[in-house]
Design a protein around this ligand. Structure first.
Ligand code: AHM
Ligand code: MG
Length: 336
């Protein structure tokens, strides 16, 4: 039997790869691992609403029941705040970022961005959801509270990113810029155990993932590319929960698209909280991530925290092919 490597052990071992590491990043990743376990416990109880109470009301014990995305938000903030390993947090659930006071006068050089529970509309029907996170080294003066510029860095500046998938099993996948590793939660021992070492995305896959219900609202070049996927007999897989869709593509290959629509002219997904961290992971695994206007996601400048973007992400061969379609059809106005 292979020896079990826990997330904590793996993170500590990896810290030794960085000669000047102070342990802060290690501590942050561990905090996120702890928060993930707490959120996982609650997500697993989501089906018991008739027993435990409905969000927004009181449960039979007289406690108020929180919506799970707000619960996840609170737990992540608590875990990150208490250790003092980061100096600021920005969450998709909050309008603005929160500066964190130093704990025991330790000054921290990292800020964390996260989407606490992405795809939360799926919870009520027992479909997988996920937490997405990214970690940046602050660029503002370390002696003063963190500033907006610390959070609006390009994705190329991420020092670490990852996601937690609350699915048939719970998985934490992360990268510190040296490959991607995945850990499955063993509920019997309460530990994330290394289960997916050095994940490499296949160059192509047999599936494409897009909300095809919006087909008529996509630009012509995107419609032509989707037609091509169908002509090539690719299967369509769309969960509507980005972490789950991306996770499948990371392991099996494929492409995920969220183009601009009339309702979302800039795209729906958030650059800071969703697209940058997932693009960092996918690129680290050998994949690609670009906008439907063909800019690399990680090179985009963020103007504000909740900025949206279009995205095409996944196997490198498929993203290149999508790019070729956009170039061909946007250069030919007569096809419109
Ligand atoms: P959320 O942050 O409000 O949960 O929205 C993000 C989710 C993604 O997980 C998913 O890919 C997408 O929204 C689905 O959107 P749509 O229902 O428009 O296809
Ligand atoms: Mg989200």
């Amino acid at each position: 039997m292979n020896r079990i490597v826990t997330l904590d052990e793996f993170i500590i071992r990896r810290q030794k790869d960085f000669p000047f590491a102070s342990g802060e990043l290690t501590g942050l990743l561990r905090d996120i691992g702890v928060a993930a376990k707490i959120v996982n416990r609650e997500v697993n109880k989501a089906g018991l609403v008739s027993i435990l109470g409905v969000a927004g009301q009181e449960n039979p014990s007289g406690e108020s029941v929180q919506k799970l995305d707000l619960y996840a938000n609170e737990k992540l903030i608590d875990c990150l705040k208490n250790s003092g390993e980061c100096c600021g947090i920005a969450s998709e659930e909050l309008e603005d970022f929160i500066p964190i006071q130093p704990v025991a006068s330790k000054t921290s050089k990292y800020v964390v961005v996260f989407d606490p529970l992405d795809g939360s509309s799926n919870i009520d029907v027992n479909v997988s959801v996920g937490t997405i996170f990214g970690i940046y080294r602050r660029v503002s003066d370390p002696e003063s509270p963190c500033k907006m510029e610390d959070f609006l860095q390009k994705g190329t500046e991420l020092v670490a990113a990852g996601y937690v998938l609350y699915g048939t099993s719970t998985l934490l996948v992360y990268s510190t810029g040296r490959g991607v590793n995945g850990f499955t939660l063993d509920p019997t021992i309460g530990e994330f155990c290394l289960s997916h070492r050095d994940i490499q995305i296949p160059p192509r896959g047999g599936h494409y993932s897009v909300n095809q219900g919006y087909y008529l609202k996509f630009d012509v070049e995107m419609r032509r590319y989707i037609d091509h996927c169908s002509d090539m007999n690719l299967g369509l897989r769309y969960i509507g929960s980005m972490v789950s869709d991306i996770h499948r593509i990371l392991l099996n290959g494929g492409i995920f698209l969220y183009p601009n629509t009339r309702k979302y002219p800039q795209g729906k997904l958030r650059l800071v909280y969703e697209c940058n961290p997932l693009s960092f992971i996918v690129e680290q695994a050998g994949g690609k991530a670009i906008t439907c206007q063909l800019e690399r996601i990680l090179d985009l400048s963020a103007e504000h925290l909740h900025q949206r973007t279009t995205i095409a992400i996944g196997s490198p061969g498929m993203v290149d092919e999508m790019k070729a379609f956009v170039e061909r059809y946007s250069a030919a106005p007569s096809f419109r």
